[in-house]
Design a protein around this ligand. Structure first.
Ligand code: DGJ
Length: 755
């Protein structure tokens, strides 16, 4: 759009036509007319993945609109024809499909951005400036579109990073202040999307502690449905930034158009799903603007977090596999790598342990056959020993009574027992009963003039403060410097932010409304430093269960803890729900003593994620122990399928008494199928019908073998029969689950007949 540079000075009367001769003036007018005609020609920007296209187009005023968002057209030339098919009148108080809706000018709907300019003016207009495409490789490229306010020196750049084969788009925005004074960002969304379809259903995932990730599907009606968090830290505790939108009816597993997305931001988020007056869907997603106006100094830019989404034309199953593939390849730290199975001592000992108790547990870990022992909370604090959750947090020195020989000794002893050693920390938090609090009250998020309010007897450290960032980095760094063989970190976070106030921001004359955002940015800085120095060591993100786990954190963490609720029936539902968004390699699943189910059921369920144990192995009955040993050995044999295979949700636990999942490798030669009877009502018979498999090769033959059999039991499946993939996917297999066989794992192997 270079011709604007010529037209604009004329429009602004900077070229005086009277000074030109008549004929020159005539030619100039002709020339400008031609340019104007060219200038008004719409710019069409296609953002395409393998199957879908998001088409943006400018109008005569040079504003940028979303004109198509859905299935890709074979002839890209036809995208320019889309807009003219619609006849939506502007008189109806709304133009709803702007690519990044501004506020305070022509728009009367929910904006994506709202600012106050350096002169106090609250209006914003955004017109198209330029765009370019940056290609990373054959699969990944970013379309960058620059928009500008024609009156103020204020820029907005939209980024659309496409992962072609996975049908995934990562979208974010950069906002730049080129004015002479500071601009206040009142609202600054990551993405503004528009779907011209009808009958939208939204599934959001909400809950509370121990009831995380509960799906709620509803038909969206005219108006705004908001999903948000204002908790500061552990932001996902009550609601998550994950969502499913289905177009033209409720979401289904194998059919229909669905969008599956997440805002990759670990702090307060806000997702607005708006049905406009024409019944289109608008989605505006970003950092929650609640108490978070952000001051942008002259020359400064603000990069928003990413909205990550995939669109599938074959239901949620395909959408999940696309997102899981993307996550493993492009996002999760070591997403295509290995993980460590483990024995954790939290529910075995809580805070009550010493060296002999722990070294005995190392031996249990070895006896079970897991890779590592993980020491949980309670190992630190001397003036205020960490013997409960009300003291010691922040004082990261080994408690000399419990561990007189220090962590180094434990690492050595674990190694001698034949297992690796990992450790728990909660570095962002502090108990008021701690030396850290006594020395550095100014590092704590609290209102100096008001009573403190605690969550699990603790407060949050102010990570907007660089000194606090150094302190948190130092906790991890010291552990690794002193114990280079430390194999794993469990990073916990058990409090929300009350009394949001930062002594640091106050001292630096930075608005308090930066706190929620600068906290998370500060935390990311710490994680960057940790990963620069320790790029590989696996780290689990834990948040008292379910409060954290998003694709910005998962750049730094290899896995996360989905809930403290390890009751295995609940876990089936929980793992089902998390699986819409995350590959199983990222989901930590521990066998505990929760629930009434036998050990086999508990181990089978936990084997669908990254397997761990949090039990007293030495208390297991001999048959239970030998079952666990065999099951762990089996897990080591099939874990590659669970971690890296394609996941298929086969029987939905919300629709009947049975839940079933399968993981199939990419070459479709091997798979593993997990089936559970989760409801034990007399009327519910589970064995009546076969369950259809998915993801196999119809032309291959497969043998089916039941594994993880409890000692002394016989399989009713292991008949040696061979079935075609076609049979297994169209007729299915009956795993024969019933009240005496509530959990069945089947191994599926391509059978090559010997000629
Ligand atoms: C909450 C976690 O979810 C538990 O697994 C355990 O690590 C405790 N914190 C320790 O305080």
């Amino acid at each position: 759009m270079k011709y604007f540079a010529v037209i604009q000075p004329v429009i602004a009367n900077k070229i005086n036509l009277q000074k030109l001769g008549r004929s020159s003036a005539f030619f100039l007018v002709q020339f400008l007319f031609c340019l104007t005609v060219v200038a008004q020609k719409a710019v069409v920007i296609p953002i395409e993945t393998k199957e879908n296209a998001l088409i943006l187009e400018t109008d005569k005023d040079n504003r940028l609109w979303i004109v198509h968002n859905g299935k890709k057209l074979t002839n890209p030339g036809e995208y320019a024809l889309v807009n003219a098919r619609y006849n939506l009148s502007e008189a109806n108080a709304g133009k709803y499909n702007h690519a990044y809706t501004p506020s305070g000018t022509w728009n009367l709907s929910e904006p994506a951005i709202r600012v106050t300019h350096s002169d106090g003016n609250p209006s914003l207009e955004l017109t198209y400036l330029t765009h370019e495409v940056k290609k990373e490789n054959n699969n990944v490229q970013t379309t960058i579109i620059r928009l500008k306010d024609p009156v103020y020196d204020f820029l907005v750049t939209l980024f659309y990073k496409t992962y072609f084969n996975e049908n995934v788009i990562e979208q974010w925005t950069e906002i730049t202040n080129k004015e002479k004074g500071p601009v206040i960002l009142n609202k600054y969304a990551s993405a503004n999307l528009f779907f011209p379809e009808s009958n939208f259903h939204l599934t959001s995932f909400q809950g509370q502690y121990l009831r995380e990730m509960q799906p709620m599907e509803e038909r969206l009606q005219q108006g705004i449905k908001t999903v948000e968090s204002k908790l500061g830290t552990r932001a996902m505790l009550l609601g998550t930034p994950n969502f499913i939108v289905s177009l033209n009816g409720p979401a289904a597993e194998n059919t229909g158009n669905v969008m599956l997305g997440q805002l990759a931001w670990s702090g307060n988020f806000k997702l607005d799903f708006e049905i406009d007056s024409y019944k289109n869907l608008r989605l505006i997603a970003g950092i929650n603007p609640f108490a978070s106006e952000y001051r942008l100094a002259p020359g400064e830019s603000f990069k928003t977090p990413s909205l990550i989404y995939t669109i599938s034309n074959e239901g949620t199953g395909k959408a999940s596999r696309q997102l899981q593939d993307w996550a493993r390849q492009y996002r999760v730290l070591d997403g295509k790598g290995e993980r460590l199975t483990l024995l954790n001592n939290w529910e075995a000992t809580y805070f009550d342990f010493n060296e002999p108790k722990l070294t005995a547990l190392f031996k249990d870990a070895k006896t079970l056959g897991v890779d590592m022992f993980l020491l949980d909370d309670g190992w630190f604090g001397n003036k205020y020993p960490r013997n409960g959750d009300d003291a010691g947090l922040g004082d990261w020195q080994e408690n000399v009574k419990k561990l007189p020989h220090g962590i180094g000794y434990l690492v050595k002893e674990a190694k001698a027992a034949g297992v690796k050693f990992g450790i728990w920390i909660e570095p962002e938090m502090v108990n008021p009963k701690s030396e850290l609090y006594e020395k550095h009250t100014d590092w704590v998020i609290r209102q100096p003039e008001r009573p403190e309010k605690y969550y699990r007897n603790q407060l949050v450290l102010d990570l907007s403060n660089p000194e606090v960032q150094d302190f948190v980095f130092g906790i991890v760094d010291t552990l690794f410097m002193k114990n280079p063989e430390l194999a794993f970190i469990k990073w916990d976070c058990n409090a929300v932010i009350y009394n949001a106030y930062s002594a640091y921001l106050q001292a630096k004359n930075i608005p308090q409304t930066h706190l929620y955002v600068d906290y998370i940015k500060g935390l990311y800085k710490v994680l960057e430093r940790i990963r620069a120095k320790y790029p590989k060591v696996p780290m689990m993100l834990c948040s008292g269960g379910g409060g954290r786990g998003d694709y910005e954190f998962l750049k730094y963490f290899t896995e996360f803890w989905p809930s403290d609720n390890t009751e295995p029936v609940e876990r089936i539902f929980l793992q089902w729900n998390y699986s819409y968004f995350f590959p199983s390699i990222t989901i930590d699943c521990h066998v505990t003593d929760w629930g009434k189910q036998p050990i086999k059921f508990r181990v089978d369920v936990a084997s669908m994620g990254k397997l761990g144990f949090d039990i007293v192995a030495s208390h297991l009955k001999p048959d239970d122990l030998s079952f666990c040993q065999q099951a762990i050995a089996n897990y080591h044999a099939f874990k590659g399928l669970v971690w890296h295979g394609q996941q298929y949700r086969l029987a939905n636990p919300y629709e009947g008494p049975v839940a079933s999942f399968a993981y199939i490798n990419d070459s479709r030669t091997k798979g593993v199928m997990f089936t559970y009877l989760h409801s034990n009502r007399f009327m519910e018979t589970a064995t009546e019908k076969p369950i259809k498999l998915n993801g196999l090769d119809p032309l291959k033959n497969y043998s089916i073998r039941e594994i993880n059999l409890y000692p002394g039991t016989k399989s009713t499946i292991n008949t040696g029969s061979v079935y075609s993939g076609e049979f297994l996917m169209n007729v299915g297999i009956n795993p024969d689950v019933h009240s005496k066989r509530q959990s069945v794992i089947l191994e599926i192997t391509e059978s090559i007949s010997q000629k």
